[in-house]
Design a protein around this ligand. Sequence first.
Ligand code: CS2
Ligand code: MN
Length: 357
Amino acid sequence: MEMTLRWYGSKHDSVTLEQIRQIPGVTGVITTLYDSMPGEVWSEEAIAAMIAEVESAGLHVSGIESVNIHDAIKIGTPDREEYIDNYITTLEHLGKAGIHMVCYNFMPVFDWTRTELARKRPDGSTVLAYTQEAVDAIKPEEMFASIGKDTNGFVMPGWEPERMARVKELFEMYRDVDDEKLFANLKYFLERIMPVCDKYDINMAIHPDDPAWSVFGLPRIIINKTNILRMMQMVDNPHNGVTFCSGSYGTNLENDLPDMIRSLKGRIHFAHVRNLKFNSSTDFEEAAHLSSDGTFDMYEIMKALYEIGFDGPIRPDHGRMIWGEVAMPGYGLYDRALGATYLNGLWEAIEKSQTRK
Ligand code: CS2
Ligand code: MN
């Protein structure tokens, strides 16, 4: 595996490449063209500039998170053809530039959903948190306003203001899309893009829906072992793979994370590893990465990844806000650096315990 950190580009991120370069064991970044809108073609020039900037800091681009999918593709409207063509061109440009892993998600309307961005914990740190009660109490169009004030002035991935202004309209467009239709639209999209992925050896890595259940009545399909295996089989090509995000699949306590990892052998192209602390089955917060701080056994998660021979990029996921840092919620430097170091420590111990018996 290769330890990486997510980075939004110098215009948008409070964390610098120079800082990332100093986290021991982190050799790559996972980045994106944050200003691009879903459906746009990423130009070769913009991709080259992004790579040059990262490489001049002594790091490399380990993959993209995300090339977002236009709603027309998820809904399956006739104009999806044009947006799929654009997506293919973007993949072609990325492949030519030597990028081989692309993360994306297939969530309708909202990307990840949290009800608090700065819940205070007993140690004074703040974290992202979710309660079902809070979601049930508001209308979808109020969602952005309810968390918008806690973004520390940053644009949150998946919560771009232009998108949020259209929430009502988007709900209307998804009216006839149920789980089956969403599966069919995902299959259609994947079948269309697989040839370019085969040509340039691009691993597509779908990110799970977060939380892993339907919110506001919208269909959500990338939520559990049954559905993800269905997706792997419906387009049975190794380039059709997953981002294994422990914090997203883990929102549903019925998901057995190490077991899911083992069942996805050969198809996990990217890993997000973080912990959650459940206060009840419908109230969870994003704890520090350590097993002792949350609900999951992080050793077992890393061991399962090791055992299936996972060799893709991995990253700590959302971190707590600590030591007075002001950053995009979940994406500060300090706690993610601690997370990376902890995960590297687990990996080293697992590796040595296998080879030094
Ligand atoms: C989430 C998502 O995993 C995460 O960090 O914040 O925004 C995720 O990046 C996307 O759903 C992937 O497309
Ligand atoms: Mn994730």
